[in-house]
Design a protein around this ligand. Structure first.
Ligand code: NDP
Length: 240
């Protein structure tokens, strides 16, 4: 039986590349998304991978979303917590709402989704969970106290959950991407982006497929001894 994988934010950017990589490896993939129906429709037309809409920041919606996926594809073996948003601003300008939104989606989403699949994975004695953190959760970033806190939290969440899953065959790992060429990075002003690229030893932005390759590796049957780790993929920008 093919493994069943759920990729949050799986219809665009890094998530799209992850959905495709897992599908190409023979898994049945459900790509979750938050609201952009047009992009999700185009993704499904392009790839044949089904898209499921729910807000990962909403606990009940995650429980219902996983129930829907399991009803259609079967029990979930692999969870990739990739959905993420930014609401940047310096401390002086950052609103409580911008803080809450980023924490709820980026970090709360990991909890909500893991909670929704946890009992099933424990019962079946197998699971692969990969959480997408960020270089900015490791190193901090000006104007991103919310995003850096959420992403840093993901790294702690990963290590704690890995300890709880180890005996049940569930591995929990994180990937901390550097700057990857997606719409999220396209939103960064050109002059700022040029300065960022100048600080990447490899001399370019990363590609979504380069993150997807690592996710696939961590989700493999043979990756059972890798748990609680964070893999930095950042072109040498931050060696942690
Ligand atoms: P994109 O902005 O290109 O895509 C984000 C995806 O997340 C979309 O599919 C979006 O759905 C989905 N999403 C957003 N909010 C929610 C929500 N509340 N519920 C469900 N899905 C949601 O992001 P990237 O591909 O650039 O980033 C992917 C992940 O990698 C994020 O966690 C990001 O923080 C992280 N990252 C990215 C880096 C980069 O350089 N790009 C660097 C380091 C980390 P919809 O289409 O409906 O909006």
């Amino acid at each position: 039986m093919a493994r069943v994988a759920v990729v949050t934010g799986g219809t665009r950017g890094i998530g799209e590349a992850i959905s495709i990589a897992l599908r190409d490896a023979g898994m049945s993939v459900a790509a979750n998304y938050g609201g952009n129906d047009e992009k999700a429709r185009a993704f499904t037309e392009r790839t044949g991978i089904r898209a499921f809409k729910w807000d990962v920041g909403d606990h009940d919606a995650c429980i219902a979303g996983i129930a829907e996926v399991e009803g259609e594809l079967g029990p979930v073996d692999v969870l990739v917590n990739n959905a993420g948003i930014t609401r940047d601003g310096t401390m002086k300008r950052m609103t409580r709402q911008a803080w809450d939104e980023v924490l709820d989606v980026n970090l709360g989403g990991c909890f909500n989704m893991a909670k929704a699949v946890w009992d099933g994975m424990n019962g079946r004695k197998f699971g692969r969970i990969v959480n997408i953190g960020s270089i900015n959760g490791q190193a901090g970033q000006y104007g991103q106290v919310n995003y850096a806190a959420a992403k840093s939290g993901i790294h702690g969440f990963t290590k704690a959950l890995a300890q709880e899953g180890a005996r049940a065959g569930i591995t929990v790992n994180a990937i901390a991407p550097g700057y990857i060429d997606t719409e999220m990075v396209a939103a960064v002003p050109e002059d700022v982006l040029a300065k960022i690229v100048a600080r990447i030893p490899v001399g370019r932005l990363g590609k979504a497929e380069e993150i997807a390759r690592a996710v696939l590796f961590l989700c493999g049957e043979e990756a059972g001894f890798i748990t609680g780790s964070t893999l930095s993929i950042n072109g040498g920008q931050h060696m942690y």
